[in-house]
Write a protein that binds this ligand. Sequence first.
Ligand SMILES: *[C@@H]1O[C@H](CO)[C@@H](O)[C@H](O)[C@H]1NC(C)=O
Ligand SMILES: *[C@@H]1O[C@H](CO)[C@@H](O)[C@H](O)[C@H]1NC(C)=O
Ligand SMILES: *[C@@H]1O[C@H](CO)[C@@H](O)[C@H](O)[C@H]1NC(C)=O
Length: 342
Amino acid sequence: MDTKMCRVLGLAIAVLFLTTSLASAACNEDDLRALLSFNSSFPPHTLHNWINTEDCCSWGGIYCDDGTGRVTSLLFSNEPFNDFEPTDLVGPMPPSVGDLSELVGIRFENLPNLVGPLPRQLSKLKKLKSISIYNTNLSGPIPSFLSQLPALEQLMMTSSQFSGSIPPSLGSLEKLRDVVLPGNGLTGSIPPSLFSRLDRSVLATLSLGQNKLAGAVPRSFATVAFQAIELHDNGLTGDASFLFGKSKPVNSILLGQNRLSFDLTGVEYPVGNLEYLDISHNEIYGSISEQIKEATKLTYVDMSYNKLCGRIPSGGSFGNITSRYFSHNKCLCGSPLPPCKK
Ligand SMILES: *[C@@H]1O[C@H](CO)[C@@H](O)[C@H](O)[C@H]1NC(C)=O
Ligand SMILES: *[C@@H]1O[C@H](CO)[C@@H](O)[C@H](O)[C@H]1NC(C)=O
Ligand SMILES: *[C@@H]1O[C@H](CO)[C@@H](O)[C@H](O)[C@H]1NC(C)=O
């Protein structure tokens, strides 16, 4: 090999080495700047396991892409979690989260001292697919700026203090398939625009239980392929029969504790996957179709506290379900209630 060739090869190897070592060892400068700002937003010693001399990708709660070395996920929890050291974040969510431009997922769980609204800077995270907030004291509205996150697939903000109404603009997100916001103080009605741009072959989850939502369940949901639709413990009114249908893929329909009012007589129960069905504590009338016996995966049925009448279907796997509740209706009869009068 001539010396020129040798030099070129040497250079190539050096460059290769440099890039791999950069990718695997050194924290991206922009990410580092954002993380140092994040750190300085909290009282000293909060993130005591973040050591300046170590790669930021090894810091607690920080996850990087192996290839690019960029920070892709944040995970903070007050509770131990695999090899993860619990951290209590005291104060608001720092705006600097919005400067981690390659973030794909954020998870803040069991942080009772994390307070205040979501920072507007989150709207800069164009690659963000998943927001998961559970059991915090974050508050304020479900911000409409979340509709500026084109990659968002999952919006999960549970058991926190969010209030106000669900922004209709979330319906403009084509990828948004899981809207999971139970246990907050949400008011207003459910926007009919939700899931309107979602591919109909993608399974969706809508979980809004334990809020203060009112109005009707949007009729546009009749064509959404729900995997779970959980709207219990709200003040919803009117018809919800269009959520049912023999061929729907839905696994869980929880509508209990509302003021829904519709005729159950002609309703066909999804036969493929339905396991959990709760329509209790509503004003639902009519009778229960024998077709429910075709829903052989059912393990839990609660139809108590409605205005239903007629014979409860018996036999087959339906008669064998151990968790079946039918009491406090108008005139339902048959097992597990007293026998029907001839
Ligand atoms: C985080 O901030 C504290 C002061 O609040 C500081 O002592 C510590 O060195 C910072 N950590 C890093 C990794 O810079
Ligand atoms: C919110 O804070 C209050 C008191 O400050 C506390 O009792 C409550 O547990 C917190 N909520 C959550 C979900 O952590
Ligand atoms: C229902 O239970 C009975 C008695 O335990 C059993 O013989 C029968 O096979 C069960 N039927 C179905 C469809 O699971």
